[in-house]
Write a protein that binds this ligand. Sequence first.
Ligand code: DQA
Length: 140
Amino acid sequence: MKLLILNGVNLNLTGRREPGVYGSDSLESINAEIARFAGARGVETAFLQSNLEGELCAAIQGAEGVYDGIVLNAGAFTHYSYAIRDAIAAISVPVVEVHMSNVHSREEFRRRSVLTEVCRGEVLGFGKNSYLLAVESFVL
Ligand code: DQA
């Protein structure tokens, strides 16, 4: 099994931005943990982070026939990107939406995701472990 771990806008700053909300581990070290966790379960992982909506759409389109699943933290795009939503709907690869924070306990605008309806499921609120739980969901 091959999974694409896709991170969107501002996730490159993980570890440095709002550490009280997103923790103090860098995205690089979180990705290394995900690779180890997935590897121990016989799952191959590839990683991409982009601050550009179109680049994320291209990565989602390109996943068809290449990956068995996508673990996606789209960052703030989650709340308004119909382009990313349409890209997810356009492919047959299942996508699991991830958020490190509990978006329901924060500002009102974070409660709405335009992606969830076209995703297989959603994991949120467990910090970096949200990514690991999403990977686990593919091997259960
Ligand atoms: C986030 C939550 C989003 O609301 C926010 O814009 C992010 C990160 C999370 O991982 O908790 O950038 O997706």
